[in-house]
Design a protein around this ligand. Structure first.
Ligand code: SF4
Ligand code: SF4
Length: 88
């Protein structure tokens, strides 16, 4: 799956509410593996961070890859909007 990530890094800065990533929280909700908006463990990142693995494991039977990408892009836009509002 080729997810069109814009590399804004925001999803990796808001992991505070994600149980599967609590062990990677630096205390401020930012993942300890994020550097310069890039994941330093990209090839071995947790499953929840990997759209292809998540799709194949949990979503393949209920939606198309395009629908899954669209659903995730909507989440990206939502956190980007939240971030913009917080910056005001
Ligand atoms: S919020 Fe979306 S666009 Fe930004 S880094 Fe995460 S996956 Fe990529
Ligand atoms: S492991 Fe990588 S992709 Fe997952 S939250 Fe941390 S920096 Fe982001």
């Amino acid at each position: 799956m080729n997810f069109p990530c814009e590399k804004c890094g925001l999803c990796c800065r808001m992991i505070g509410g994600i149980p599967a990533l609590q062990h990677l929280d630096n205390g401020n909700g930012v993942c300890v593996h994020l550097h310069d908006n890039l994941c330093t463990i990209y090839e071995s990142r947790p499953m929840i961070c990997n759209t292809s693995q998540m799709y194949n494991a949990f979503f393949k039977s209920i939606m198309t890859p395009e629908e899954f990408i669209d659903m995730n892009l909507q989440a990206c836009r939502k956190i980007q909007e939240l971030n913009r509002n917080n910056m005001r």
